[in-house]
Ligand binder design. Structure first.
Ligand code: MTE
Ligand code: MO
Length: 347
């Protein structure tokens, strides 16, 4: 098969979506970014054998089969998923991890069941404060550490979907077939693929993927003392033109997307003079909670030469996208306006 993605590592497979495919509101399953710590299972698991267990601090431990899941009320929601490390390579100071540009993000319409409906069946006990998720993918490397992470029970009960469908199709193998967690508006690390085990705990799950990584911390700081990555930071990206493109004089359409995790994108502004002046962009396409908003700005360029284009967004709470990102050791949550600027040459 032709490779449409920008592959950063083949095993584990880590690949980002090229800008071209970020121009559509729905990111097609075939070009949706791939982020894996372990091995993508070799083939689709037999649904007759698959089970999801729910135990720990519950009144009734459960084992749910796929048929039962399908018989439960189905929810369909749009949700933009972004890897915590997305845009890391755009930081001025290098940070460790996969060198994502802007393509570690995508938007899909997911179908599944609300986690709260399942937790309702199992009955969370009052001491249950965190919900841990585990998938059946095999870890890679010597350490053999499984990708297990937990989220607070409030998030689990309010806005977490267990998805078995992605853009109207069964969840593709590499995106977690047959079931994945989706903490809506939260970064990818909170959305466990190949999900088959849920455990209710009295405190956050403790393990490598909770304590050593996915925390905002500085060099020399104990990662454990850092803040865990949760909801996606307010951010806008430019998807057209390409960086360093050569453009003719006259009208050029600048395209992009803006997203705000659990918040609502209110406004996007564009600068074509490196941030001296700003114009309001026009929204295009759907507007759904937890999903990005696409925008355009028609720029009438009268001057040949090099131009610096920036975009910035504001959410409904009046929060502004920062001009520069806050650096941290793993380069998580890079949402800087300057870091996401592009340069074009007009002739
Ligand atoms: N079981 C499992 N779930 C996982 C991961 C993983 O390696 N194993 N990677 C996580 C990370 S860091 C991200 S960003 C998303 C990526 O989801 P995608 O590959 O469907 O885009 O899956 C998350 N869920
Ligand atoms: Mo991620």
């Amino acid at each position: 098969m032709d490779e449409l993605m920008r592959v950063m590592s083949p095993k584990p497979r880590n690949a980002e979506t090229p800008k071209l495919y970020l121009r559509s509101w729905i990111t097609a399953n075939s070009v949706f970014f791939d982020r894996n710590q372990g091995e993508i299972p070799e083939k689709l698991i037999d649904l007759a054998e698959w089970q999801l267990s729910i135990d720990g601090l519950v009144e009734t431990p459960l084992s749910i089969n796929f048929e039962t899941l399908l018989s439960m009320p189905k929810a369909i929601v749009a949700n933009t998923l972004e890897c915590s490390g997305n845009s890391r390579s755009l930081l001025e100071k290098k940070a460790s991890g996969n060198p994502w540009t802007i393509g570690g993000v995508g938007n899909a319409v997911w179908g599944g069941v609300w986690l709260k409906d399942l937790l309702g069946k199992a009955g969370a006990t009052p001491s249950a404060k965190h919900v841990a998720f585990e998938g059946y993918d095999k870890p890679l490397g010597k350490s053999q550490i499984k990708f297990i992470r937990s989220i607070p029970i409030e998030k689990a009960m309010s806005s977490t979907l267990l998805a078995y469908e992605m853009n109207g199709e069964p969840l593709p193998l590499k995106h977690g077939f047959p079931l994945r967690g989706l903490a809506l508006g939260w970064t990818g690390a909170n959305c466990i693929k190949w999900l088959n085990k849920i455990t209710l705990l009295s405190e956050p799950y403790s393990g490598f993927y909770m304590d050593q990584v996915y925390r905002i911390h500085q060099t020399g700081q104990d990662p454990k003392t850092g803040t865990p990555v949760t909801d996606i930071n307010l951010k806008s990206i430019i998807t057209q033109p390409e960086t360093d493109a050569t453009l003719p004089l006259g009208q050029t359409t600048i395209l992009g997307a803006a997203y705000a995790g659990e918040s609502n994108v209110e406004k996007v502004e564009v600068s074509t003079d490196g941030g001296e002046s700003w114009q309001t962009a026009e929204f295009i396409g759907p507007h759904e909670p937890f999903a990005w908003r696409h925008w355009q700005y028609v720029w009438n360029v009268l001057q040949p030469g090099s131009h610096s284009i920036l975009s910035r967004t504001i959410d409904s709470n009046g929060k502004e996208q920062p001009m520069n990102a806050t650096w941290n050791k793993h380069g998580y949550n890079n949402n800087g306006v300057r870091e996401h600027g592009i340069t074009v040459r007009v002739v």
